[in-house]
Structure formats: C-alpha cells, structure tokens
Design a protein around this ligand. Structure first.
Ligand code: PLP
Length: 433
C-alpha cells in the first residue's frame, strides 16, 4: 500500500502548505487548538474502517468487540474528566460535532415548534442556539423550533439576566441554553437554574468553548446546575473534531434523558459513529485528567488576562472590561475602524484571529470587533510575556488599519489593501508565498 507522498502528491502538497501556515502563524482563533500527535495517530488509524451503529453491546453489525471496548473506555474517561459519578450522569460520545450534538438534544427533548431561548448570535451566542434575523430563520434550530434569544446588557457587556427572566416568564420556553462562542465571562448558572425552574424548562449548557477549562476546574462548573451539557471536543479541550452530550441519569421533567438522547443521536440523526474520532477523543480525555493539563488550562487563563490587561493599557475597549476565560472581545468602534479590516491586515502579518460582532453592531459582515483567544498559542508554550507582546503586535496592525483609513477612502481602500498584500509591503516578508 502506498503512502500519501506517492499516492497523491497534490493532497500532500496542500497538507504541507497548511502545516507550514499553522506552524508560522500566531494562531489566536479562540475556537482552535493544536491537538497532540497521539490524538492524531488514533484519528488516522484503522478505526475509521469500522461500522458500529448502536451503542456498546447493542450493535447492528458484527466484529465490534474492540470498538465496544474503545467506546466504553471513552465514555468512562469522559465522565472522569468532568468529575461526574457514573450513577448520576451518562454521556454519548458519538456526536459528529458541536452543532449536530445540539440539534440532537433539541430533537430528544422537544417537539417541533417548541420554544427555546439561547444567547443571541450578535451578542456572543452560537448559530445552533436558535439564531434568526428579522427577515430569515437562519439556523435549523430556528426553522424547526421557536426561538426567542436573550441578550447582553450593552452597558456592562454581561448577560442581562433580569431581561432573560422577564422574557422567559412571558415566552415560557421549554429549554434555556447557556453557553456562547464569544463571551469572555462565566455564566451565572445558579441564576439561570432559578429562571429555568420558575418556567418549568430544561437547562442546557453548551460548554464547547470552555470545556477544557471546565475539566481543569478553572471556571465555574455547569454540571452542578444543568440537566444537559453539550460540547465540541476540539477547542480548549484540545481533542479531535467531534462532540459529546452529557445527560442526567434521573428523569428530568418526566423525560428519560438517557434513552431520549441516545435515540436522537442514533437512529434519529446519525448513522455509524466515527470510531477514529472516538479513539482520538479517548486519548484526549486521558490527558485531560493529568496535572499537566490542569497547568495548561491555568496558563490559558493567565495568558488571556495578560493579553487583556495590555490591551487595556494600550487604550482598547474590551466587551465586559476584561476576561475570566480564554478569550477577549475587543470593541474597535471607538477607534472608527471595523474588525473585518483589522482581521485582514493582521492575516497578512500571519496573525490569525477573527472579526466578531460586538453588542450594538449594525452589520454582521463588517462587525465592529475582533475576538482573540489564548488556547492554541498556550499549547505552543507561550506565557504571559509572549501574550503581552501579541497585544503590541495587534496594536501595530490596528494602527496600520487606522492609517489606511486616513490615507485612502472609498474604493481606493481596495487598492491600498492590494499594496498591503504585495511583497513590497514592509510588515512581513511572508506575503509573497
Ligand atoms: N457551540 C458553540 C458554543 C460553538 O462555539 C461552536 C463552534 O464554534 C459550536 C457549538 C459548533 O461546533 P461545530 O463547529 O463543531 O459544529
């Protein structure tokens, strides 16, 4: 059997280029990370060849004795990594990713057109929490369920729990979703539990962004208050791309979550599990119980604080004023520039982050902020010192963007950006690659 170099040099060449890009750039996208060689070995193994519809011991195909062993090990490690008792909590490790995991929960516990409330996307929530615009139901969640998003208090940048409570009392959702893609603070789980109980709803936390921080106990524990917790596995947790759903074993609101969720995953929405991913996830979850992993997560948070405090020193406005976790959200509107241009300019200098809407934004395509995360570069050994320097680099990019706006206006800006992309541009020697 031929290896990739010989069998397909085209794909090999693309992989090599991507590897070099990952290696050379400052990776600051808050949802990305560098998984370990051990995880990648498991993901690239023969486990990908096997069909295993069903759960351990209850499969629709033969030859699953080792896959059963693997999935059971992965489930045990998942519960241990999040400090959960096997009598109180169960877990399904088959979801293909975060969005499918969330949709599986909704179809497990809701009927079509039941009401849900999640954090609005322009205020930091995720598409799969029910995003819709006044014109269009954008996500499948808002097409199949009735969504009424809650929002931040724009004056503090924190979730407006009072408004959530008032709206929930009127809207009477069956499910309230905590969790976000761009929220630099912890959720107030006790408050959300109180609101949820008062209206007779389920409380779910989508901890995708912070699951590594939860496993290491460096942020508040959602399991103390929630009925269901979903996560991706490839962000701060640093595993392969995938998803998990944790559920309470005792019935909640008369629903047996274990069978409802397991059936929603298969046969409800998925077929054969991705056993290679489950193998990689098991490896990741072993590591997630180590002292080294806890130290890493502590460093992720310290690095983010160092970044935030240097940005504040440099005069930037941060949504909520700072960060308790792995990301900061910078509001660039006071500087008269937008996040889209800053993202582009920094990309040219191999600094990878993303434009992000900030509360009060008018446009999602040209939003007023940038999101900066610390997990990936912390994996590569960066400490507070390097993250302070990163704040200074970002500041340089912002200054260039401001200068560009002063130098040229309207359609001329495109020309200027072309110049920035050309080899003559002095910021970096890498743009001509
Ligand atoms: N939930 C949250 C909070 C996320 O931030 C994301 C992705 O960024 C997802 C779910 C979706 O995960 P996936 O891209 O794996 O579907």
């Amino acid at each position: 059997d031929r290896g990739l170099n010989e069998a397909d040099p085209d794909v090999r060449a693309i992989i090599n280029k991507e590897k070099e890009r990952q290696f050379k750039s400052l990776e600051l996208i808050a949802s990305e990370n560098f998984t370990s060689r051990a995880v990648m070995e498991a993901v690239g193994s023969c486990l990908t060849n096997k069909y295993s519809e069903g759960l351990p011991g209850k499969r629709y195909y033969g030859g699953n004795e080792y896959i059963d062993e693997l999935e059971t090990l992965c489930q045990k490690r998942a519960l241990a990594a999040f400090h959960l008792g096997e009598n109180e909590w169960g877990v399904n490790v088959q979801p293909l990713s975060g969005s499918p995991a969330n949709f599986e929960v909704y179809t497990a516990i809701l009927n079509p057109h039941d009401r849900i409330m999640g954090l609005d996307l322009p205020h930091g929530g995720h598409l799969s929490h029910g995003f819709m615009t006044p014109k269009r139901r954008v996500s499948g969640t808002s097409i199949y369920f009735e969504s009424m998003p809650y929002r931040l208090d724009e004056s503090t940048g924190l979730v407006d729990y009072d408004m959530l409570e008032k709206t929930a009392t009127l809207f009477r959702p069956k499910l309230i979703i905590a969790g976000a893609s761009a929220y630099p603070r912890d959720f107030d789980y006790p408050r959300m539990r109180k609101i949820t109980d008062a209206v007779g709803a389920f409380l779910m936390m989508d901890m995708a962004h912070i699951s590594g921080l939860v496993a290491a106990s460096v942020v508040a524990d959602p399991f103390e208050y929630c009925d269901i917790v979903t996560t991706t596995t490839h962000k701060s947790l640093r595993g392969p791309r995938g998803g998990m759903i944790f559920f309470k074993k005792d019935p909640v609101l008369g629903v047996d979550l274990e069978s409802a969720i397991n059936n929603a995953v298969f046969p409800g929405l998925q077929g054969g599990p991705h056993n290679h991913t489950i193998g990689g996830l098991a490896v990741c979850l072993k590591h997630a119980q180590s002292p080294e992993f806890k130290a890493y997560q502590n460093q992720v948070v310290s690095n983010c604080r160092a970044l935030a405090s240097r940005l504040v020193e440099l005069g930037y406005t941060l949504v909520s004023g700072g960060s308790d976790n792995h990301l900061v959200l910078v509001d660039l509107r006071p500087l008269g520039i937008d996040g889209a241009r800053v993202e582009k300019i920094l990309d040219m200098a191999s600094i990878t982050l993303n434009k992000n809407s900030v509360p009060g934004d008018k446009s999602a395509l040209v939003p007023g902020g940038i999101r900066i995360g610390s997990p990936a570069m912390t994996t590569r050994g960066f400490t507070e010192r390097e993250f302070t320097a990163i704040a200074d680099f970002i500041h340089e990019g912002v200054k260039i963007t401001i200068d560009a706006k002063g130098l040229v206006s309207g359609s001329k800006l495109q020309e200027f950006l072309k110049f920035v992309a050309s080899p003559d541009f002095p910021l970096t020697d890498k743009v001509s690659d």
